[in-house]
Design a protein around this ligand. Sequence first.
Ligand code: PGA
Length: 254
Amino acid sequence: MNSKKYLIANWKMNKTVEESVTFTRELLKNSKLYKNEVIICPTFLSLDAMRETCLKNGIKLGAQNCHFEVQGAFTGEISAEMLRSLGVEYVILGHSERRNYFGESDEIINKKVKAALESGLKVILCIGETWEQRNNGQKLDVLNNQLKFGLKDLNSEMLKKIIIAYEPVWAIGTGKIVTEKEISDVSHNIEKFISAEFKTNFKCSFIYGGSVDVSNVEKFLSLSCVDGVLIGGASLNADKFMNIINISENLNKI
Ligand code: PGA
């Protein structure tokens, strides 16, 4: 396996600025440059404090959200431009927690995707079905819809800046995981969708998220269709995250 894998830490609403900085120091204790793309997405508040150390050591920074306008009267919001000016390279959009708790529709997510790309950010676009949708046989329709509307108005060039993260909602933070076959099927379905919708053979980067941890990450990363993982809970502990990085680096040697 030679291709570079994405290891993306989604810290959600965890860690104070001080805790984020301490984590970064812990992680870089045995500092080395990684072959894989290690990306940490802390809260907005910690981005600036982590910036210098992370970037110096080849670790990329990502944000967990952004607004679709560049600036203006949008109390409490942060624009893609502002993130970019802080050295942020990636932004997670369409996470199921944003969809469910903050009412983000595919239309809003699409506006954010476009704004992020215009600002020069790369987008980690999350899609995923709920347990109920899955049991009703709606999984592929739900995923295709999230893609269709999330990627609306984009051209095939823009797809190069998109990483599609398949995160079944029922697998997030629950310890439940999907089978390898299911992940491959979803990846294949996305390829088919992109080729039909965008008339291109370009294959978007595809990553998996949902209860990824030290014990199962190798299984996911070994799948040829999987370009990386999005890690929530297990990325909050520096030792565990380090272990996950090491597992991925060793796979890369093969
Ligand atoms: P989890 O979260 O790894 O804790 O399941 C993943 C995510 O929500 O991105």
